[in-house]
Design a protein around this ligand. Sequence first.
Ligand SMILES: NC(=O)C1=CN([C@@H]2O[C@H](COP(=O)(O)OP(=O)(O)OC[C@H]3O[C@@H](n4cnc5c(N)ncnc54)[C@H](O)[C@@H]3O)[C@@H](O)[C@H]2O)C=CC1
Ligand SMILES: CC(=O)C(=O)O
Ligand SMILES: [Mg+2]
Length: 377
Amino acid sequence: MLIGVPKEIKNHEYRVGLTPAGVKEFVTFSHEVWVQTDAGNAIGFTDEQYIAAGAKIVVDAASIFASADMIIKVKEPQAQECKMLRKGQTLYTYLHLAPDPKQTELLVASGATCIAYETVTDNKNGLPLLAPMSEVAGRMAVQAGAHYLEKAHGGSGTLLGGVPGVAPGKVLIIGGGVVGTNAAKMALGLGADVTILDRSLPRLRELDDIFDGRLKTVFSTVDAIEHYASKADLVIGAVLIPGAAAPKLLTREHIKNMKEGSVVVDVAIDQGGCFETSRATTHQDPVYTVDGVVHYCVANMPGGVARTSTMALNNATLPFGLALANKGPKQAMLDNPHLLNGLNVYKGKITYKAVTDALGKELNLEYLDARTALETL
Ligand SMILES: NC(=O)C1=CN([C@@H]2O[C@H](COP(=O)(O)OP(=O)(O)OC[C@H]3O[C@@H](n4cnc5c(N)ncnc54)[C@H](O)[C@@H]3O)[C@@H](O)[C@H]2O)C=CC1
Ligand SMILES: CC(=O)C(=O)O
Ligand SMILES: [Mg+2]
């Protein structure tokens, strides 16, 4: 199979779909890999390293999209990339379709086979291709929060760890999954006072065990969010209903009741955001203020630490990517229900229920389950 790796074009996105080590794996299985010029250069993966791994370097994205059987990327395709996709071609990348009608329409129109990293599952109820980036974003959320709490960056001038004689800052984390757990580790490491909310009692039990009394676990209700947000210096939004638009848990009213100069980091922004006042921002222009509260809503946070993130992402995407290439996408998905869960769009049909639930009416799209689509279309 011919695998194509274009350079990412989203704002300040320096990650790359395959590392040179990843290329070598595909080449070992006799696949051909084309990588766009300078695709990994910004994070120390040079064209020479890709050539040594067995890749061919191609100057323009258009040639890659025109020839490759499978495109391996990181971020959701931008409009100009969507327009280069075609029937019979596989796209393997993050998609986040539920909050993105424009991209959804373009992928449906392309006729391509579109597999979303974020909805591939494992047998432990996890999302193995989202997890590494959630680990990164969870850790970064606390760094970003601490930075914007500084006076010169618009914050209240609160040091999360406090100092002897001065109480630490209060961090509220809504959602105790991978992002939430990693944010909690960092916030506790800084010495902050941490509360974590989740709707899942089993998850709250696990968190209680993991952190052994060093943070407070609270069942997530409107009342709990209202109470803890009004006291917090930093709120981190980390909820997920897989594939679906994020529920708006922190309302405009809650934001109004927060302290002046407090910071909210909405990590769930890639699924539309879990704060009513959130709108996606970029690494170039990451924050804005609503009612005195600094909002950080960067939709590709791991792109900020692109070298670590690329390696972490490749560790997770490689085994599934090799299965797609070695067996062919259709057989690979029919053989593995977890990979099949990644199929969001196939030959012009939406094959992921939560996407149809979010956008079906607006775009007049019908849902067809992924297995039926593969077997019948
Ligand atoms: N902005 C960015 O750059 C990045 C964003 N993300 C996003 O972060 C979000 C969280 O991802 P993960 O931690 O991997 O998901 P996860 O599935 O591991 O955790 C989500 C948690 O939210 C909880 N939850 C659901 N509804 C809730 C509610 N009403 N109140 C409280 N908790 C609730 C679930 O029980 C679960 O424990 C996702 O939207 C993901 O796409 C992940 C990586 C990078
Ligand atoms: C998960 C995601 O949106 C990212 O890594 O950019
Ligand atoms: Mg206020």
